[in-house]
Design a protein around this ligand. Structure first.
Ligand SMILES: [Zn+2]
Ligand SMILES: [Zn+2]
Length: 394
């Protein structure tokens, strides 16, 4: 746990509570979420395991009055949740992308912009020991829904031209039948008979005693006697929704598209989170891409390079004829203007054709004889500048 974690992570959102939530509400919400995401209820589901860790980490701070006060103080200094999102480069409306490390760039004298370095920790120690720097915690209104991340693989030509695809999202949600408490409608969870509602059990070993989450109730403190038929007592269900996502022409591999307000719904009418779609572009077997330009390698013979030729090559949606002038060197790049990626503003990149002069591995007797005649007629290659250096070594 570091200062960086505290600034970047919205523990209130992780627990789905307001910043002004009482410690009872926090505890209640933690128990519910811990139960939903508990690895025992979700065997093999790494997503659930991650959520369980997130929830536990959040509760370790918010469930402790002293830590919670320090956390609030730090986040009120640095703009709370908006900061976290901006720090990842996705600005909120009206908020410029902002990198946490900018705060410390050059300011520390040593120019150390890294996190976890002494400069960062020292700065916060100073702020806190100074006292009175924090300011009162402000209620934020209903909790904003979580951001959702998804990944989509696009075909090369779809990415170049733009495409609209349905995107199916599966996300954990609260069971509508039991509203998340896991009990059959009309019944209530009862205090766990093993830990008597504490959620932890204590074991003595020699002079030490160990506390651990109660195995009977998974640390929740209550057990469900009559399980909800919909969610089988977990209180959570996987909800599926489908969105049509428009990928603009020219979207590139590794790009991230933000769909504001298409993430998880907020709790109790709070604003929805954002959906971030990470784009993977499948490579094409012919074309490559550099920005808005498409690239293509075309093999030509030595004779074509020397004598010149017209080449008919494919573009993404047709063909184009390119003139190879006589005496074209190997590796020359020819440009077919406007045959690259067409952007929304109508401007287009080019198709860049790289000429590969291919050398045959074997030739016919006639070709060999012709080539020998050719060689006898050709001045030697210009290697004097190399030979001068070679002579120096005897
Ligand atoms: Zn228990
Ligand atoms: Zn249920």
């Amino acid at each position: 746990m570091s200062s960086k974690d505290w600034i970047e992570k919205d523990y209130y959102a992780a627990l789905g509570v307001d910043k002004s939530a009482s410690s009872d509400d926090i505890k209640k919400s933690y128990r519910k979420l811990a139960r939903e995401s508990h690895p025992d209820h979700n065997p093999g589901d790494t997503g659930a395991e991650e959520r369980f860790k997130t929830v536990s980490e959040a509760y370790a701070v918010l469930g402790d009055e002293k830590k919670r006060r320090e956390y609030d103080e730090m986040r009120s200094l640095f703009g709370s949740g908006a900061f976290r999102r901006n720090a990842r480069g996705a600005g909120q409306p009206g908020g410029a992308p902002f990198d946490v490390s900018d705060l410390f760039g050059g300011g520390g004298g040593g120019g150390d912009t890294r996190f976890g370095g002494g400069g960062f920790t020292d700065l916060f120690s100073t702020i806190f020991s100074g006292g009175g720097a924090g300011g009162a915690a402000r209620p934020r209104g209903p909790a904003r829904g979580r951001d959702v991340e998804a990944e989509v693989a696009l075909d090369f030509s779809d990415a170049v031209r733009g495409v609209t695809l349905p995107l199916t999202l599966r996300a954990p949600g609260v069971c509508d039948t039991c509203h998340g408490n896991g009990t059959k409608p009309g019944t209530q969870p009862v205090a766990c008979p093993v830990c008597h509602g504490a959620g932890v059990t204590t074991r003595n070993q020699g002079s030490f005693s160990f506390s651990e989450p109660c195995r009977n109730c998974q640390g929740v403190g209550t057990v469900v006697e009559e399980k909800c038929p919909e969610c089988h007592g977990t209180g959570g269900v996987t909800k599926t929704r489908t969105l049509n996502v428009r990928f603009p022409a020219g979207v590139a591999d590794g790009q991230r598209i933000r769909l504001a307000g298409r993430g998880e719904p907020g709790e109790r009418g709070g604003p929805a989170g954002d959906l971030f779609v990470h784009v993977k572009v499948r490579p094409d077997d012919l074309f490559g891409r550099t920005g808005d330009d498409l690239t293509l390698n075309v093999p030509i013979t030595y004779a074509e390079a020397v004598l010149g030729t017209d080449l008919r090559v494919p573009t993404l949606d047709g063909t184009v004829t390119l003139r190879v002038p006589p005496g074209t060197p190997a590796g020359r790049v020819l440009r077919a203007r406007g045959k690259g990626v067409v952007r929304r503003d109508g401007r287009a990149g080019d198709l860049l054709v790289t000429l590969d002069v291919v050398v045959p591995a074997a030739v016919s007797d006639e070709a060999r004889a012709a080539l020998e005649t050719f060689a006898a007629q050709t001045p030697p290659a210009a290697r004097e500048h190399l030979e001068a250096r070679v002579r120096r070594f005897g």
